[in-house]
Structure formats: C-alpha cells, structure tokens
Design a binder for this molecule. Structure first.
Ligand code: NAD
Ligand code: TDX
Length: 350
C-alpha cells in the first residue's frame, strides 16, 4: 500500500502516521503538508529517517503541485486530514477555511480522479451536524442527522462532505467519510482546549472558560480515531459515512476541573470569559454503525486517556513551549486580550 496522507504534520495526521508505523510497518506513507502555523515538522522527527516515509511540503489547493506529487509517487489511496481546524480562527477570518477545507478537497478529488487513485477518505467532523440541546441527553448524532453547521469552520467541512458525496455519485470515485467527535492526546496544538488549559495551569495563568462552561464535548483519544480511520480505509464501504465517538461526554467546566486535579493546581485559576460566537452547546456521537459493521471499539477510556495526555504534555514541554513562545502569542493576545464580558449564548436558527 502506498498511502498519501495530507495534513500529516498536524495533530491527528501525525498520530495517524505513528499508528500506521506501529500496525502496518510495510506500508509506504507519503505525507503532504503545507506547514501552516498548525503544522510542525518537529512532530514527525521520529519517522523522518524511515525509508517507508516521505514528506512533501505542499498546499492541497495547489493543483500543479498535487498533480506532480501524485504522478511521481502513484499513491493507491489518500486520507485527507489537511484543514484549517480551529473554530475561533474561522470566526475571525473564514476565507482561508473555505480555500483549504473546500477548494483543497475539490483539488484532491480531481487529482485522484485523473490519476486513478482507488480510494479517498475524507476526515470530517461531528461539527457538521451543529449542536444538540443540553437538556436531552437521549439525543445523539447519527449518520442521518441533518447537516446544520454553526461556525464557518463547520460549514466548510460540511461543504467538503457534500462534494465528496457528489464525486462518488457523479464520477464513481471510491470515497468514504468519517465524522469524529473531539480528539485529545499527544501533539495537539496548544490553541485547543485541553493543551491550552494544561499549558496555562502549569504556568499558573488563568484558564479561560468560554461563557458558563456548561457546553458539552464528546472526547475521544486520538489513537482510537486513527484506528477507526484505518479500519474504514481497509474495509469501509464506498460512499459510506461513519460516525466515530466513544461516549466520552463531559462539560468544559468538568473537564477543566479534572485537568487541574491531574496537575495538582487550584480551581481558582478558572476564569470565565466572553462566550464564543454561535457556541455549540453539546456534541454526542452515536458510533453504532462503525461498531456493528467494522467491529470498532475505543481502546482507551477517558480516565486513562486524560492521564496519558497530561503525562505526555509534562514530558514534552519543549514541544509546546516552543510553539507558545512564537507567533502563537500574537494570536493569543488578539483572542483573549480584549475579550468582552460573558454574554448569552446565541440560540437563533438560520
Ligand atoms: P491541525 O490543525 O492540528 O492540523 C492540520 C494540518 O493540516 C497542519 O499540519 C497544517 O499544516 C495542514 N494544512 C492546513 N492547510 C493546509 C493546506 N492548504 N495544504 C496542506 N496542508 C495543510 O488539525 P487536526 O486537529 O489534526 O485535524 C485534522 C483533521 O481532522 C481536520 O480535517 C479536522 O477537521 C478533523 N477533525 C479534527 C478533530 C479534532 O478534535 N481535532 C475532530 C474531528 C475531526
Ligand atoms: O480557551 C478556550 N476556552 C473554552 O472554553 C478554548 C480554546 C475552548 N473552549 C471551549 C470551546 C468548546 O466548547 O472548549 C470546547 C472545545 O474547544 P476547542 O478545543 O476549540 O474544540 P471545538 O471547538 O469543540 O472543535 C474541535 O473539535 C471538533 C476541533 O478543534 C475541531 O477541529 C473538530 O472538528
């Protein structure tokens, strides 16, 4: 298998590369990444000398570059992780989200089509479904739930999902899609909730919880997501959509309290700040299709995964401190420097 992985220098893509190195050591892995602020080559240090691994710095929206790589490297399959992935950034500046997350996917699909790539897997997100109410714990997202994205990020991912479906139907491309809940684990960029809170707690800085902190996310350890994608790639049905999640629901406030307990810091560091615009209330995935058809089960419980993640961030301070000391700081200042006081959640429909 010659597998082309886009976005492999980011959080989940790099973990996918490590997962495959461990369980499919004979596969050749071709990593394509633009190395945006979120891509970090240092993350791939452990595989860079592997003869079955190659790295290409390129933008998935650049058709000429993509065609060149595909024609030279002749991948059998593609898994697309490359994306602008941070909701808050999409609220600030949606344009780059549409370029990479929609036009980038169109470029990849076109190149796959003309180069005869036999499989394309698009890594999507549960955020395409919008949110669920807090007072209906019985409700979960299924693959049939309507697409009701709330943020520009989620809308761009939903658009890409629709494109994938259209290429399947129109051109008969072997496309699969997965929609996973919130991931956590090693190498997550410290703008996302868990690494940001850990880094702040370790520095005795305030922990900025948006709004009331009652918003619920459904957490999955990153390696379980990676295992699910590999299964779909190997056994998934063409045209199918698979939800991925491990019933790991927790409110943001409860999660932050657990992180503080794990690093032995005081809850007095918690600071409520103004809410995210359009902030989704609750995500919850029903993974029954993936469990029943492909036999997937998460291997790591939330307790175990959080302990492993905290241990990793404690042991790899250099990785995230380097990021936090660089260009990230100006973004951080913009994001949190002049944040308004907490306000109400916007609950209007479209
Ligand atoms: P990330 O931001 O950590 O990594 C994204 C990677 O894509 C980076 O290495 C970046 O350099 C690269 N990239 C960005 N634009 C590119 C472009 N135009 N061309 C080539 N490379 C480009 O993101 P992540 O958290 O690892 O998410 C990976 C994928 O999984 C995304 O598609 C995201 O929508 C999806 N997803 C993420 C989560 C989560 O909790 N993080 C959950 C479900 C789905
Ligand atoms: O400082 C913060 N304070 C805070 O309260 C940050 C960064 C986040 N939050 C809240 C917002 C969310 O309710 O924590 C929750 C998680 O926030 P993020 O880590 O930004 O993740 P989320 O918006 O849920 O999106 C993530 O999961 C789905 C990924 O970033 C997406 O790429 C993925 O598709």
């Amino acid at each position: 298998m010659r597998l082309l992985i886009t976005g492999g220098a980011g959080f989940i893509g790099s973990n996918f590369i490590f997962h495959l190195r461990a369980v499919r050591p004979d596969w050749t892995l071709l990593c394509v990444d633009k190395l945006t602020y979120a891509g970090n080559l240092a993350t791939l240090d452990s595989v860079r000398d592997d003869p079955h691994f190659r790295f290409f710095r390129a933008d998935i929206t650049d058709e000429t570059a993509m065609r060149g790589i595909f024609e030279t490297e002749r991948p059998d399959a593609v898994v697309n992780f490359a994306a602008e992935s941070h909701v808050d950034r999409s609220i600030e500046d949606p344009g780059i989200f549409l370029r990479t997350n929609v036009l980038g996917v169109q470029t990849l699909l076109d190149v796959c089509r003309s180069c005869g790539v036999s499989r394309f897997h698009q890594v999507s997100t549960d955020e395409v479904y919008g949110d669920l109410p807090l007072d209906r714990p019985d409700l979960r997202f299924t693959e049939e739930s309507p697409l009701r994205p709330s943020s520009p990020y989620a809308a761009s991912k939903a658009a890409a999902d629709l494109l994938c479906g259209a290429y399947r139907r129109t051109y008969g491309l072997h496309v699969t899609l997965s929609r996973c809940s919130n991931n956590y684990g090693p190498f997550q960029f410290p703008e996302k909730l868990i690494p940001l809170m850990l880094a702040n707690a370790l520095a005795d800085q305030p922990l900025p919880v948006y709004g009331t902190g009652e918003n619920v996310r459904d957490w999955l350890y990153v390696d379980d997501h990676c295992a699910a994608i590999r299964l779909i790639l190997e056994k998934g049905e063409a045209g199918a959509v698979y939800n991925i999640g491990g019933h790991g629901e927790l409110s943001n406030l409860a999660l932050v309290r657990r992180l503080l307990a794990l690093v032995g810091k005081s809850e007095s560091l918690i600071t409520h700040v103004g809410d995210r615009k359009g902030h989704d209330l609750r995500y919850a995935i029903d993974p029954v299709l993936l469990e029943k058809t492909l036999g997937w089960r998460p291997a790591v419980s939330l307790d175990e995964g959080l302990a492993k993640t905290v241990a990793w961030y404690l042991e790899h301070r250099l990785w995230w401190e380097t990021i936090r000391s660089g260009a990230y700081l100006s973004y951080y200042e913009r994001m949190y420097g002049n944040r308004p006081a907490p306000d109400r959640h916007f609950d209007g429909g479209l």
